[in-house]
Design a protein around this ligand. Structure first.
Ligand SMILES: NC(=O)c1ccc[n+]([C@@H]2O[C@H](COP(=O)([O-])OP(=O)(O)OC[C@H]3O[C@@H](n4cnc5c(N)ncnc54)[C@H](OP(=O)(O)O)[C@@H]3O)[C@@H](O)[C@H]2O)c1
Length: 315
């Protein structure tokens, strides 16, 4: 990838997209195309085809998606499968038709079976039943991965699918009906600290999760775009921190960073989700990339961003 290459980042206003655009700018890339959802709805096939034919991007980071936590995934499965599937179909097929040199597809650790051995290796894809609460999202993501693999096989394209673990960082979604566990906890704990109330969290706190700072993910995605070929890697690669923490310990860590001291109640009528979700990141480490941000410092940065964006509104 040259500094003047035309690079298209889908979902450029999202958690991943903003981090990728920031990092590309920092690294001196000058021609980064970003379009808002209202400028180009990626579920609309003819609009996407028109855009690719006119702009001819050379490199694509497909970071647009409909994402959310357990509640949103379980409540809106039709929207999750339709939107993620149609965006992937349109972006991947148009990339092929218009000679994109390389595409990085954003998958997710949710694609692995609910009871996959831990840590989860790339080979575990489609080796068992999925977690039911996010099956619609996972099936769409798996279809996108398979699209990339089959296009590489039949057309010789360079489409690499990345499987990031749970992400957090500046620009995250703090809307409680759609947010992931870590940003949702930041908001709930912040609000309880301000109002002097006690936080109620879903489940019993026992599941283990892995978290990666969004800037670390962006760094890994650009590293892979610059240095690696899908065919050499095996078409799919995990991106994580390689470290796990229980939800209970995470709540304590966030409480410490935010200065919250009222304790937690656990609503065990709500689902826990998958018991453990840790990615095996040896494939990525062997390529020479390692994450830099530790969880406590990263939470501090995310909270600073939360306060700057919503501090007064949620106080
Ligand atoms: N966040 C995580 O923990 C996580 C973990 C693993 C993988 N991922 C994957 O990483 C990717 C990015 O996630 P994220 O956390 O950055 O999500 P996000 O913050 O919700 O951002 C999603 C982006 O996609 C855009 N978008 C959604 N529907 C669109 C459409 N029909 N047409 C055009 N743009 C559309 C959104 O624009 P609007 O906001 O304007 O709709 C936004 O810019 C997704 O594929 C997700 O599955 C995320």
């Amino acid at each position: 990838m040259k500094k003047e290459s035309t690079i298209y980042v889908t979902g450029s206003s999202g958690l991943v997209g903003t981090a990728v655009c920031r990092k590309l700018k920092e690294k001196g890339y000058t021609r980064v195309i970003t379009l808002s959802h209202s400028d180009l709805d990626l579920t609309r096939q003819s609009d996407v085809e028109e855009f690719f034919a006119a702009e001819k991007p050379e490199y694509v980071f497909h970071a647009a998606g409909k994402v959310g936590g357990i509640y949103a995934n379980a409540t809106y499965p039709a929207e999750f499968i339709f939107q993620n599937l149609s965006m992937a179909l349109n972006v991947i097929h148009s990339s092929y038709r218009n000679g994109v040199k390389k595409l990085i597809n954003l998958g997710s650790s949710c694609i692995y079976p609910k009871l996959a051995p831990q840590p989860m290796r790339e080979e575990y894809l489609l080796s068992g039943p999925l977690e039911p609460t996010n099956e619609a999202y996972a099936v769409a993501k798996i279809a996108a991965i398979k699209l990339c693999i089959f296009y590489n096989r039949q057309y010789g394209t360079e489409f690499l699918s990345t499987m990031p673990t749970n992400l957090y960082g500046p620009g995250d979604n703090y809307d409680l009906s759609g947010s992931h566990v870590l940003p949702a906890m930041i908001r709930k704990i912040h609000e309880a600290r301000v109002s002097g109330s006690r936080v109620v969290l879903w489940g019993d706190g026992s599941p283990f999760r892995e978290f990666l700072y969004s800037e670390d993910l962006a760094d890994a995605l650009i590293f892979l775009m610059e240095n690696c070929r899908a065919v050499d890697i095996g078409d799919v690669i995990n991106i994580g921190s390689g470290k796990e923490i229980s939800i209970r310990d995470l709540s304590g860590l966030i409480a410490g960073v935010l200065g919250y001291k009222n304790g937690f109640d656990w609503d065990t009528s709500k689902p826990n989700g998958t018991p453990r979700k840790l990615l095996d990141i040896s494939r990525l480490k062997n390529l020479g990339w390692v994450p830099k941000m530790d969880l406590k410092t990263g939470i501090g940065h995310a909270y600073k961003d939360f306060l700057a964006r919503f501090g007064t509104r949620h106080a």
